[in-house]
Structures are given as C-alpha cells and as structure tokens.
Design a protein around this ligand. Structure first.
Ligand code: PEP
Ligand code: MG
Length: 937
C-alpha cells in the first residue's frame, strides 16, 4: 500500500487582530474605522512598562504582554544587572494597532512623551535636546524569540541640531555623523520600506570615488554627502522629507515595528516554528549605548554554556569599537570572548559574574548581548539560549547533577521530536574523502547533497518531484533564506561566526552547517563555488561535516550515531516517570533489534505483508493469488509458511520476553500483482520460438484476467483486512500456524515468545468471531503438535473502522486486546483518502481549515473521540482489556499526550521514534501531574 500523507505544515499566518485569552480587549466591531479613543487593556493603561535604574514594572513571567526581550530586560533590571533604561509597549497594543486600522489608539499615543520622560530622568539626557540629546533604539520583541525576523531602528532622535550636540558629547564628529548615517539608512529601509541595496549603492559609489575599501575610512564630509544623498532618495521615493522631529521618528518607527510582525519572513518563521500568528509583538524603546565609541568600547554576544555541545564553558564573540549589528552581520570576523579578558579585564570579570548570576537566576543557559560604552558594561538582552539537541541533553542532565533543576524539569526541557537529530548519521570514519576547505563547525551532523546557491533554487530542487538532497551554499544567510535552509540537508556559508544567522538557525533546525568558510568564494551570478582552483558548479555534490567544519568534495558514506551517556540518563528518567508503554512497529528481525536498542518494550504492529515482497517470495504469493482452487492455494501457502516462520522466529528471538503483535494479511491482493500494462508488455515480448511459449502466454493471460477481477474502484474500502481471511481462511490458517510454530520453536530453544495475533479492519464483531475461530483451531492443533500447552498467546483486533469503535463493547467480547489503527481510522472518519489527501491537505493546513495534517497528528476532537469511545466501551465489557495505538500517530508527541490522557496502555511507532515516544510519554505524565497539583492549589 502506498500510504503517503502530506508534509507537515502548520498554520501561523493569522493577523494579531484575533484575540487570545491573554489579550482580552473590549474593542467593539466597527471601531477600527472610527479609531479607538479609550483602550481597555488587561494590564495597566497606559501600557508602558518601565525598566532601568535597578527597578522595573514588569518581570520575567510577563512574556505574554512584554515579549521575551521586554520581560528579560525587566527581570535583569530588577535583579540589579545594568541595562540601558527604557520601556516596553505591550503586545496588547500590537493587537489594538491592527484592530485600529494600523494606528495606535490616541489615548495610548498621547502618553508617549511621558514614557520618554522616564528614560530622560535616568539618563539625564533629553529627547530632541540639541545640547544634550537622548538617542534611543526601537526594537521588536515577541513572546517567542524570532531572531532577526522583525525590525529594529537604532540611533533614533538624531537630526541636524541634535547631531551637533551628540558630536560634542561623544567628542567624535566622525562617529556622530556615521551614527546619523546609519540611522537614516535604517529608518529609510525599515520604516519607509526602501531597499537596503539602494543605500548600499550610495556607499559603494562613494568608496569607489574615494578609492577606499572600508566604511570606516569614510570621513565626515563623505558621510555628510552620503546622508544628503540618502535624504534625496527618501524624498524621491516617498514624496516626503526625512522627518526631523524626534517624536515623529519615534512614532513612525514604533508603528513600523508593529507592522513587521506580519512581514513575510516573520510569517514564514512562525509557520516553521509553530508560533501562533495572533500573539503580536511588543516594542522596546531603550536608551542607546554605543559600542563604537573607540577601543574602550565594544559589543558582543554569548552563551553561558556552549550551545553546540552543551559543554560548561563561557562561549561567545565580540568586537571592539563596533555596533551590535557588526557582530551578527558577519562582515567583520569577531574575536572569541575569552580574548576580552586581555582587552578589558575588569569588564570581562563583571560580564562573567553577571552572566553566571543570570544563569542561576533563570536556571537555564542564557544567550546574552552586551555593549561596553567607554569602559561601562551594559547588558542589552538575556534570553534562554537556543541550542542543539546534543547540547540541550547535556545541559539538562548536567543541571540536574548541579542541582539547578529537577529530573522532571530536565525531561520537560527537551523537545521530543528534536531527539530525532541525535539519531542522525555521521560520516563513516572508515570512509576516505578529500577535505577541500574548513569553516566553523556551526551545527553538528553530516550530510551530502547537490549544491544550490539561492533559496528559491534549493526549494525547487528539494521539492516538486525532484526530491534532491540539497546543500545550500551562500555568502551568508539572512532571514529571507529560511525556506531554503529548511528545504536543504546542510548549509555552507563563506562568512559569519558561530552566532551568525546561518549558525543559529541551522542549529535550531537540527541541520548540519559549516559557517564562515573563508576559503569558499561563492558566486551566485555564475552559480558556482570556488575553493582554490577547484570550481564546483550548481548540481554537483559536496559533503559537509558540521561537527568539524570540514567541506568535502563528493558523496561520503555515513553511519548511525552512538547515543551518549546523557541520552541514556534522560531516557532512564523518562522510563521511571511514564505510564504509557512504548512498543515499535517492526516487520523484520533487523528492525526489531534496532527498536529494542532504542528501548522498545515490545512490537505493537508487525505488518506481515511486508514479508511478501522479496524476490523469492513474491512469485509464491502470486501463485497463491492465481490459484483456481483452495487446494492450489494451500499448495502455495505451504511454500510461504517456512519463510513466514523464519521471520517470526527472528522477531521473537530479538524480542525475547516481550510481547509481539503480529497482524494477519491486510492489503488488497492486487497490490501483489504487477500493473496491467506490464503484463501486456511481457505478452508482446514473448518469443514464439520459445518452447514454453504457450505455457507462459497462458499464465500471463491468467494474470491479466485476475488483475481485472481484483480491480476495485475503491480498494481501501474493498476486499482487504479480515475480509481476505473470511473469504480465504487458508491464508489466516497459514499465518497463524507460522506464528505459533515459530513461538513454540523459540520457546523450546530457551527464549520466550509472547505472540499476540491481531485481526485487521474489523467493523463487526462477527468478523472477529469468524477469524478467531480459525486462529484458535490452528493454535490448538499446533500447541498439540509441539506439546506446548503452556504457550501464552492472545488474540485481538485493530480498531480502525469507525463502526468498530462505536461497537467496541461487542467487539471486546472476542478480543483480548485492541490496537487503534489511526491511519485507517482517520481516513474513514474524516473521509480523506490517505493515498490522495496530500494533494489538498497542505492547502487545508495553510489556510487554517485544519490546524495540522490529521495523518501526522491525531485529530483529537474528531477521531480522538472514537479512540476515547472505543477504549471506554471496550473496557466496559472487559476492564483489563489491553489497548494500544499503532497508527503513525503513535510516534507523534501531541498524539502520545492524548493517548496518555485517554488511558491507553501503550503506543507503537517506528524504531527511530521510540526514544521520542518514551520522552513524550514521560512529559505527558509530568504535565498531568502539574495540572493536578495546580487544580489542588
Ligand atoms: C492503521 O491503519 O493505522 C495501521 C496501523 O495499519 P496500516 O497503516 O497498515 O493500514
Ligand atoms: Mg490499517
């Protein structure tokens, strides 16, 4: 059966106009056009939360309204960490902004100057004062971090008059002019929507004219000229003069940041990261501090532990005499943070102290940004550090050992589906390969693929039926590359450090990434990558080793990863806590062995038909299908039996002592026959001179006839599942015999087989009764033959037809266990063909008609009701009925949480998802405990 389902997509494109529980506004319909005069908010109105000067209105628990950045600044300020003073405009205002026709309601807007007064008081500077000007930054900050996706304006408050004052205050006219130049450029781009390139071209032209290489060589008059040209461009493109009034600058920037919540890259990032589209962003207005005031100033970013490996080491980068953007933009290569000890020893010690204080305070790794202005350290931001899964695991386990967090907290910190990345392949150490360059080991793992140089081409090559493994090669990535990165198996950049966009995003995605590979010359125009004399063209294969930073020519063999001690520790804790058992879907001894290594506690589904497709077996299966009489069919089945028995023995041996659920034949028989066209072709190709011509022709004709007979308009609802066994009981007989003979032989050899025989696609109790009789008869015969009276076995059924769930009380009279086949149950409950729904389901998900693909994550409200009902009704008849799930949903964390809630005994999933399921099951128990204790409070 080719049972594919659509790729996972999530909806996150709604505008924040929709209200959430935390964002209750009382805006009436129709107020948007008229404008909101008096806003009602859940937090104090006006919604400005101050921080700085060792105090703050907000705190870390207010991410909903202050966004991550705002809440972080408030908390830091509260615990005495030096932050530049400022205020946060809440996310609720973003919602109002959209409801009010992209305008801030008047009552909130009117309070802006009062809010600025707070910053003025602490800094002693004044916004717009030519003699002592206050400059501010305006930044976005949503509840969930969306790095680089929304907008920022820096150096705001500069105009001709304040520029002079600023130059005097800083004692550096060139620096002041450059700050103004940066401001006009950012404002023009972010607020007025003029392309970055338009401004960059002006700078480039100036540098060429002046025959200089670096921006830093531009002099005051050059900068003034550039600013003049910028303003000219702005006037030409917008029809308006560049605003001189600082408050007008501030209002326009604030609105632009609110607007940036819905820019295409933010929407795309939210979609990829499951962030709801209705949360909105906060806006942070904060006094500027300057890291580019000379060599006693600087700026940097860092982590309290290594975010790639989890090692407990101070980790980060900085640049002297630079602004924040310079570090992440990858234009200058930053210094490792340990060098700061030499450059600024006092600041270094203070920074270490503050950051470890922050890590202890938040009880998690911190990703921080800092600026040093004339020797004074300011923390600009701290947030939970994004990390690779390897690092997350190590950090979580280490922090339990350090008694910083509990085992339960450690378990809750790992995203179950992210464990997948730990099971990724790495380069085979025995493989020989040629390293052609080395960059930074930005995100671990290894991948081979064909190179593409733009995100669009990468997406095109990776999808649309081409399905190539792509390595995206860029000079540096930016947020617009997110889709391309997502579509690729690895990312190579020629610029940027360990905290560059490419590195951070790739780590988050769990893709291998080599960043800052300076030897690589990336030519997008020529679609080529040049390393020394070697030229690699689009479509050629390279391999990346993201753990070492190596770039390798050609394809390299990979091997399975070994799981770390931390992995084992975490899994052990998960096993201590979880109630749900975790089994695996495995059809071969090899899969069974693999799954057991990953902690499977039995097999929940062995699809016997998968054993029929090998070269030696398929002709026998076809012989069985073409048989004219039960005797002929039995003949063929007798030939199949030894094969089935051998497989079952292998599986029982691998699962020694654990239950193994084996399902009798399920797919419609036509799936084992070739296509009609194929047979017609073979008939045409027959050689009349062949001695066996007539015999071959007859057989082919018979096959054609059988194909016609077996043809069904709707095979998934046709002659399959237990319906096959009802019509051809000899098939069920052979399978039952193979299972029980295998079990008896394995038991005799000293191991323990626990077979559970499962009948598929039952909708009526009589179907199960019919098949049960067949199985029991064979079991009894076989037990007698082997003198194996003590053999434990059970007979159960899949619940995958809605009627089976509805009549589960009756069905349970004939079953010792149920296993929900939620693939078919979803297909039949929703009326979506599992083979065809991919065509339209992604539109359903994109348009928000369905929150998720129901073949990936269980539709809990609908199909889930049948699971609940089937379980309850079955147990009403048989309280000790064992109930599990073996559809794809058995490996999906959300569906697993649901299975826990409904009270299933086990979930069963593919071998690689077993660790995911173990963790998800533990998290479900922990979450339930948390809910109960909250209720009891
Ligand atoms: C199911 O329907 O959920 C199931 C496990 O069976 P199959 O996918 O083989 O139909
Ligand atoms: Mg099924």
């Amino acid at each position: 059966m080719s049972k594919k389902s659509a790729p996972k997509k999530t909806s996150a494109t709604k505008t924040p106009a929709k209200k959430t529980a935390t964002q209750k506004t009382t805006v009436k319909k129709g107020t948007a056009a008229a404008g909101i005069k008096k806003s009602k908010l859940s937090t104090p109105n006006p919604p400005y939360f101050y921080f700085g000067g060792g105090k703050a209105d907000g705190h870390a628990g207010m991410k909903d309204v202050l966004g991550g950045k705002g809440a972080g600044l408030a908390e830091m300020s509260k615990v005495g960490v030096p932050v530049p003073p400022g205020f946060t405009i809440t996310t609720e205002v973003c919602t109002l902004f959209y409801e009010n026709g992209m305008k801030i309601p008047d009552d909130i807007d009117n309070e802006l100057s009062k809010a600025m007064g707070h910053i003025e008081k602490i800094t002693g500077k004044k916004f717009g004062d030519p003699a002592n000007p206050l400059l501010v930054s305006v930044r976005s900050g949503a509840k969930f971090s969306m790095p680089g996706m929304m907008d920022t304006v820096l150096n705001l408050g500069l105009n001709k008059e304040t520029l002079e004052g600023f130059a005097k205050l800083s004692g550096d006219e060139r620096f002041a002019c450059d700050s103004y130049r940066r401001f006009v450029q950012m404002f023009g781009n972010v607020v007025l929507g003029i392309d970055k390139e338009t401004f960059e071209e002006v700078i480039e032209a100036k540098k060429q004219a002046r025959k200089i290489k670096h921006d830093s060589s531009l002099q005051v008059e050059d900068l003034n000229d550039i600013i003049k040209k910028y303003k000219h461009i702005i006037k030409k493109k917008t029809g308006e003069d560049f605003p001189d009034d600082p408050y007008q600058q501030l209002r326009m920037s604030r609105d632009a940041v609110f607007r940036s919540w819905n820019n295409p890259r933010a929407i795309s990032y939210r979609k990829l990261n499951n962030i709801p589209g209705n949360l909105g962003t906060a806006v942070n207005v904060q006094a500027m501090v300057f890291g580019n005031m000379g060599n006693n100033s600087g700026t940097g970013v860092g982590f309290t532990r290594n975010p790639a490996t989890g090692e407990k080491e101070f980790y980060g980068e900085y640049l002297l005499n630079a602004q924040g953007e310079d570090v992440v933009a990858g234009i200058r290569t930053p210094q490792p943070i340990k060098d700061l000890k030499n450059d600024m020893p006092v600041v270094f010690d203070q920074l270490r102290k503050i950051t470890s204080q922050l890590e202890k305070h938040y009880r998690d790794v911190q990703d921080f940004e800092f600026t040093v202005e004339n020797g004074k350290l300011y923390m600009l931001q701290t947030r939970t550090g994004k990390r690779t899964v390897q690092a997350a695991l190590k950090i979580a386990v280490d922090m339990v050992k350090e008694k910083l967090i509990t085992k339960e907290e450690a378990l809750m910190r790992i995203e179950p589906s992210a464990l997948d990345q730990l099971l990724h392949p790495r380069l085979d150490p025995a493989a020989k390969y040629e390293v052609i360059a080395k960059g930074l080991p930005a995100s671990p793992g290894a991948a081979s693929g064909v190179v593409y140089f733009t995100s669009e081409e990468a997406v095109e090559a990776a999808t649309a039926g081409k399905g190539k493994k792509v390595i995206l090669v860029r000079q540096e990535t930016n947020p617009d590359d997110i889709e391309g990165m997502h579509a690729s198996v690895g990312i190579l950049t020629s610029r940027g450090g360990m905290t560059s966009h490419a590195a951070v995003v790739a780590r988050g995605m769990g893709k291998c990434c080599v960043a800052g590979c300076e030897a690589a010359r990336v030519r997008v125009d020529k679609k080529q990558l040049q390393i020394g004399k070697l030229i690699i063209k689009e479509g050629e294969v390279i391999t990346l080793n993201g753990s070492t930073g190596e770039v390798i020519i050609g394809d390299v063999a990979t091997i399975e990863p070994e799981l770390s001690g931390e992995f084992a520790a975490l899994m052990e804790w998960a096993d201590e806590i979880r109630h749900l058992r975790v089994r695996t879907n495995a059809d071969t001894p090899h899969d069974a062995i693999q799954a057991r290594k990953y902690g499977a506690e039995g097999i929940g589904l062995c699809r016997t038909e998968h054993m029929f497709f090998s070269e030696e077996r398929l002709p026998i299966v076809q012989e069985m299908i073409l048989a004219d009489s039960p005797e002929e069919r039995m003949n063929a089945l007798d030939k199949l039996l030894p094969f089935q028995k051998e497989d079952f023995k292998g599986i029982f041996e691998a699962m020694d002592g654990l239950p193994v659920t084996i399902r009798t034949l399920d797919p419609p028989l036509h799936e084992f026959l070739p296509e009609k066209g194929e047979i017609e072709k073979r008939i045409k190709e027959l050689d009349k001179a062949d001695e066996e011509y007539d015999e071959k022709l007859n057989r082919l004709k018979k096959t054609l006839l059988r194909i016609e007979e077996l043809k069904e308009v709707n095979p998934m609802l046709g002659h399959r599942g237990c319906r096959l066994g009802v019509v051809y009981p000899e098939i069920t007989e052979m399978q039952a015999r193979a299972i029980i003979e295998a079990a008896c032989e394995v038991n005799k050899a000293g191991k323990k087989a626990i077979p559970e025989i499962m009948i598929p696609l039952v909708g009526h109790v009589n179907e199960l009764r019919n098949q049960r009789e067949v199985v029991e008869r064979i079991v009894n015969e076989t037990k007698a033959k082997y003198n194996a009276r003590k053999l434990t076995y059970s007979i159960g059924t899949m619940i995958e037809i809605p009627r089976a769930a509805l009549t589960a009380n009756e069905i349970a009279t004939e079953a010792e266990f149920f296993s929900f086949g939620t693939n078919d149950l979803t297909q039949m409950s929703m009326g979506f063909s599992r083979d065809d729904a991919g065509k339209f389901l992604r539109y359903y998900v994109d348009k928000g008609i369905l929150p998720k693909d129901p073949f990936i994550s269980l539709d809990q409200e609908g199909v889930g009701q049948l699971v609940q009902m089937g379980t309850d009704r079955g147990r009403a008849t048989k309280p000790d009925l064992k109930v599990g799930i073996c559809g794809e949903h058995g490996g999906d964390p959300d569906s697993i949480a649901f299975c826990h809630k409904v009270g299933l005994n086990y979930v069963s999933c593919s071998p690689f998802r077993v660790p995911i399921a173990r963790l998800a099951a533990a998290q479900a128990t922990i979450m339930e405990k948390q809910k109960t204790s909250e209720r009891d409070k």
